[in-house]
Ligand binder design. Sequence first.
Ligand SMILES: *Cc1c(COP(=O)(O)O)cnc(C)c1O
Length: 352
Amino acid sequence: MLRALARVDLGAIERNCARLAAIAAPARLCAVVKADGYGHGAVPAARAAQAGGAAWLAVATATEAAELRAAGIVGPLLVMGALSPPELDVALETGADVVAWREAFVASLPDEVGVHVKLDTGMGRLGTRDPDEASRVVEAAGARAAGLMTHFATADEDDPAFLAEQVRRFERWIARHPGLPAHAANSAATLREPAARFDMVRCGIAIYGMDPLHRDPADYGLEPALELVSYVAEVKRTLPGQSAGYGRRFVAERETWLGTVPIGYGDGVRRGLTNNAELLVGGRRVPLVGTVSMDNITVDLGDEPVERGTEAVLIGARGGERILAEDLAARLGTINYEITCGVTARVPREYA
Ligand SMILES: *Cc1c(COP(=O)(O)O)cnc(C)c1O
């Protein structure tokens, strides 16, 4: 029994990729495995994605690319982030393609690297807003030009107007450079906007079986790949007036059984879940009570104590009950991405 464990179902990642590849076809699938595969483990996630039909892999940083190559992962790889000179050296050693939007940067690149030129059609971060400048970068890249790209700001929002505007701006620009593969869509755009798929889609969140639209991944036939589990390490009778945790944020109003689960914000269970979450303990849904501390949380088992050692699920499904990363995100006012990225390195990952 481990105090905290993230179980990752690589079969789910493979099936999610197969599903996304089928949805996007004839566009190809690029699986995004940045931030340690959104907390799932970049190397195993990358292998599962390739098995599921991902033609490309993408990461944000040069060291992420190096980690994949060091593990023996081959195939087309794109580093999507900005690269300082020392980071560029690391990226180039991996044989990854890089993103460019300034002529001076392209001039600093060697002959053999693939260059994806980025037009900023509305995200307002990386890329140039000026299509003429972007086209000059394509010309400067010459034979190294390997792709044309942009990134959407509102693909997961209800109002589709700005997404459509970004698609239009991108279409107008790529028409100047026929023959170069174009890619734009993240998971949300891939699922909801066929016109955004172009020659390749770059899916991250959806390959892990999370819903880019923040509701329910089952709506798209996606399977959550990560479970976060712990166990009940201690069970104690608690009388009215007795409390649990820092600040006494839970004080029993009636006699009850409390269970202590040895997982906390040091593992990525955010303190904002204080008195504001549920767990599946022995398959039963029970409330988290009291303050989330670094290494422990407490749950209210009511009148039914459980054996010490009983499994406690923070993210996952048991019987008819399930708790999604989306549920925790909603309670915290954040997005599912931050929930799985936030599972810390202290939590071992177990692959099945
Ligand atoms: C992270 C990222 C993606 C993937 O986004 P999801 O919403 O996780 O699918 C695609 N493109 C770029 C440039 C990214 O940074």
